[in-house]
Design a protein around this ligand. Structure first.
Ligand code: RB5
Length: 146
């Protein structure tokens, strides 16, 4: 599994904590986020990171901004991306199980590093359940093709 991670200027510190989690778990990653002291606009960063998923280079992505919301709004405009902004364990688990989400958006000004790593962990390790949920995910794809 290969993960793309990106952040705007609100998220360098949390991004580094999450990279620590990837390294500890031996998860391959590509870091496209800005470093401390640099700035970027979250729509540009969301587009750059999501392209890694839609191109197939990465399996999933994690996006960090101040709230996680701006990143998720942008990511969900991109065909093939199902992004979820999560700040609780249940949502991070079931957006994988039921929505087959492929991008997790996190708020660096909302979450502590410990909870953020738990959310990433459950997101990456929960499989999509398929079945009746596949029909609904197909309908998401239909909506984006309208
Ligand atoms: C940047 O200051 C902030 O607006 C951004 O990180 C994010 O929270 C937007 O949704």
């Amino acid at each position: 599994m290969k993960i793309a991670i990106g952040n705007d200027h609100a998220g360098p510190q949390l991004k580094q904590e999450l990279i620590g989690y990837f390294q500890e778990k031996g998860i391959e990653y590509v870091d496209l986020g800005v470093a401390e002291g640099e700035k970027c606009d979250y729509p540009d960063k969301a587009a750059q990171v999501c392209e890694k998923v839609t191109s197939g280079e990465c399996d999933m992505a994690v996006l960090v901004c101040g709230t996680g919301i701006g990143m998720s709004m942008c990511a969900n405009k991109i065909k093939g991306i199902r992004a979820a902004c999560c700040s609780d364990y249940f949502s991070a688990k079931f957006t994988r199980a039921h929505n087959d989400a492929n991008v997790l958006c996190l708020g660096a000004r909302v979450l502590g590093a410990g909870l953020a790593a738990e959310l990433v962990d459950v997101f990456l390790n929960t499989p999509f359940e398929g079945g009746r949920h596949q029909r609904r995910v197909d309908k998401i794809t239909e909506l984006e093709n309208r």
